[in-house]
Design a protein around this ligand. Structure first.
Ligand SMILES: C[C@H](O)CC(=O)C(=O)O
Ligand SMILES: [Mn+2]
Length: 341
């Protein structure tokens, strides 16, 4: 039987929820607990990946290379992974991460832009590291398009490609179909990274499992961007009940979530109104603020603007569209005939 591989991203996706303020000691405690509980891969990086610490994405409390080294120093079995978004992270950061002991590089692009990742996969393989592709905002394209993009990453040297539900907008049938399409199109492994905006992070992870996924992600307490990720301790408990525990210590993960992560988390990620709106509309969380401003200007509920942006499949970088969409909606509402009484 093949072994499902779990990557814990508390120390990377969780960095968004921590506003990138993880300290050395926090990283040591979390990494050590995950390692002892049998988690095989631990991702440690700024939330936006290597080189993410900046005015635009938020400065880190402690440089990520130092945090990587701390995690490496306390792990006896786990491999350390780092995320890299081409354009944010460069060759320089990638090499520096490898020097600090990173063994897995996860290269993330928007799900239609795999072609920008060729050089980064090349360098990762040159350095003798494992290379994983991350197709972000994967709800925005159908399975066959994602399969094409994943094939590109495979041709660049990826050892695995992930379907990444960045907005937590997928339903279980969508998660299933996307993982299945990649399984059929690739000879390498396939992964799934869930977000909980629609309360479906665990359900979608199980759908991915049903479709034959090889690698999945979790984070303790679900600590991650927006509504957070699939909680590692919940994944462990569910897999164990299914008779498919790949060697995770369920009680140790529950304890790590309860006694190490909960006390330092600034809030518990959950599908609150904003996070749910992002999942429901299927848009970037960065659109939220712009939609609020446009809503005030045109007296519209920002949620209706976000839903329309989702319908039009707006992508990052198209923030200037938000005002146009709001104006259109405002005009349309004025065109509506006033009901006669
Ligand atoms: C940069 C993002 O946080 C990567 C990720 O985890 C996602 O898209 O989801
Ligand atoms: Mn994520």
């Amino acid at each position: 039987m093949k072994t499902l591989r779990l990557t814990d991203t508390t120390l990377r996706d969780g960095s968004h929820a921590m506003r990138h303020q993880f300290t050395r000691q926090q990283v040591r405690s979390i990494a050590q607990a995950l390692d002892r509980a049998g988690v095989p891969v631990i991702e440690v990086t700024h939330g936006d990946g290597l080189g993410g610490a900046s005015l635009q994405y938020g400065f880190s409390h402690t440089p990520e290379l130092e945090l990587i080294a701390e995690a490496r120093s306390v792990c006896e079995r786990a491999r350390i992974a780092a995320l890299l978004l081409p354009g944010i992270g460069t060759r320089k950061e990638l090499k520096a991460a490898a020097e600090r002991g990173v063994q897995v590089i996860r290269i993330a692009t928007q799900c239609t832009e795999a072609d920008i990742s060729e050089q980064h996969f090349g360098l990762t393989k040159e350095l003798g590291l494992e290379a994983v592709g991350f197709l972000m905002m994967a709800h925005m394209r159908p399975p066959e398009v994602l399969a094409e993009q994943a094939r590109l990453m495979e041709s660049y040297g990826a050892d695995c490609v992930y379907i990444v539900d960045s907005a937590g907008a997928l339903l279980p049938d969508g998660a299933y179909a996307r993982v299945k399409a990649l399984k059929e199109a690739l000879t390498i492994q396939v992964g799934f990274h869930a977000h909980n905006n629609l309360g479906l992070a665990i359900g979608n992870t199980l759908a991915a499992l049903e479709a034959g996924v090889d690698q999945i992600d979790g984070s303790l307490r679900g600590l991650g961007a927006g509504a957070g990720n699939a909680a590692t301790e919940v994944i462990a408990a569910v897999l164990d009940k299914m008779g498919q525990n790949p060697g995770l210590n369920v009680f140790a993960l529950m304890d790590a979530a309860e006694y190490i992560v909960a006390p330092i988390a600034p809030y518990q990620p959950l599908p609150d109104r904003d996070a749910l709106t992002i999942g429901y509309a299927g848009v970037y969380s960065t659109f939220l603020l712009h939609a609020r401003r446009a809503g005030e200007l045109y007296h519209l509920d920002p949620r209706s603007i976000l839903v329309e942006l989702g319908r039009r499949q707006a992508v990052a970088g198209q923030e200037d569209w938000i005002l146009d969409v709001a104006l259109d909606l405002a005009r349309r509402s004025q065109d509506k005939p006033v009901p006669q009484t």
